[in-house]
Design a protein around this ligand. Structure first.
Ligand code: IPM
Ligand code: MG
Length: 359
């Protein structure tokens, strides 16, 4: 029987609660599909700072590298907000992405049919299908560029640098085009090429790579226009390919179209395929420990792991189907509306497990 080794980084805030439910679901799915999973926990973020003094201990990187894949909850919280930049929990998150070479971040935004009324967009705007894949470059650009403080003519200043090399753009573009081929065969590359030189190189490079994908319809959009189009007519998009900072911002926007940021999963992939999977939402310290968080984004992240890293597409489909099914019956508070049963985080996990067992 196939046995997978998964590194588990529960993180801070609601992280441990939502990861606990995702593991429950993965175990039930494994039993159903005839494989086993062994878990190795490691520290990342605030909990790592408390235990070791740094947000990303070397041991954590080693455990993730040794695993078939990594599951992450969320990091951060007010307790660590006043620490200097290099010691913040977020630095641990950027650090693990970089240490594992995870340059491609896939963030699907789609509407689950039973949640259609939860979208803040008018029904006529999201009528029809909505299924966008944001492909965000994850280990380059301004989040990793040179930064610093200086004094100019007695005035304090600070700077951050956006820089992309051709190979960095090429590899993320190929991920985008490969995905587009498996989906709607449309790719929109998002940049700010009317102002930024790095965006002009991005556009040139994407145009060149596109020649290898003649079946994909390529378009370009400036990021400001894209932000507007996402709420004006989101169904026009299939794959959105963009840089680290633009992808960070646009994926939050795209996620909200689906009703709750508590629903959206993500995959971070590199050259090795092992990948790191996490919900796109944060650690929600305000509701931590109350058993009311929505675990579905983390559960759906496990579904992505099964598909993209573990080669278990049927198990992945089972989880996605189970999630779609439970949404017709039970709701955590963030997506609750009258007529449904309001459930806790653990009850939501149980409900998904029940659906899978019954399949
Ligand atoms: C995300 C988050 C992180 C990012 C932060 C917490 C560093 O916003 O995963 O989108 O900017 O990548
Ligand atoms: Mg973000």
């Amino acid at each position: 029987m196939k046995n997978y080794k998964i590194a588990v980084l529960k993180g801070d805030g609601i992280g441990p609660e939502i990861v606990g439910e995702a593991i429950k679901v993965l175990n039930v799915t494994a039993e159903k599909c005839g494989f086993t999973v062994a878990y190795e926990e490691a520290l990342l973020g605030g909990c790592a700072i408390d235990a070791t003094g740094v947000p990303l201990p070397d041991e954590t990187v080693a455990k993730c590298k040794a695993a078939d894949s990594t599951l992450l909850g969320a990091v951060g919280g007010p307790k660590w907000d006043t620490l200097p930049g290099h010691l913040r929990p977020e630095k641990g998150l950027l650090g693990i992405r970089s240490a594992l070479g995870l340059f491609a971040n896939l963030r699907p935004a789609r509407i689950f049919e039973p949640l259609r009324e939860a979208s803040p967009l008018r029904a006529d705007i999201i009528d029809g299908s909505l299924d966008i894949m944001v492909v965000r470059e994850l280990t380059g650009g301004i989040y990793f560029g040179e930064r610093g403080r200086l004094e100019e003519n007695g005035v304090q200043a600070a700077y951050d640098t956006e820089k992309y090399s051709v190979p960095e753009i090429e590899r993320i573009a190929r991920i985008g085009f490969d995905l587009a081929m498996k989906r709607g065969r449309k790719l929109c590359s998002v940049d700010k090429a009317n102002v930024l030189e790095s965006s002009r190189l991005w556009r040139e490079t994407v145009t060149r790579i596109a020649k290898d994908y003649p079946e994909v319809e390529l378009s370009y959009m400036y990021v400001d226009n894209c932000a507007m189009q996402l709420v004006r007519n989101p169904s026009q998009f299939d794959v959105l390919l963009t840089s680290n900072i633009f992808g960070d911002i646009l994926s939050d926007e795209a996620s909200m179209i689906s009703g709750s940021i508590g629903m959206l999963a993500s995959a971070s992939l590199g050259a090795t395929g092992s990948g790191l999977y996490e919900p796109i939402h944060g650690s929600a310290p305000d509701i931590a420990g109350q058993n009311i968080a929505n675990p579905l984004a983390t559960i759906l992240s496990v579904a992505m792991m099964l598909k993209y890293s573990l080669g278990q597409p049927e198990a992945s489909d089972m989880i996605e189907k189970a999630v779609a099914d439970v949404l017709g019956e039970v709701r955590t508070p963030d997506i609750y509306v009258e007529g449904f049963q309001k459930v806790s985080c653990t009850e939501m996990g149980d409900a998904v497990c029940q659906k899978i067992k019954a399949m």
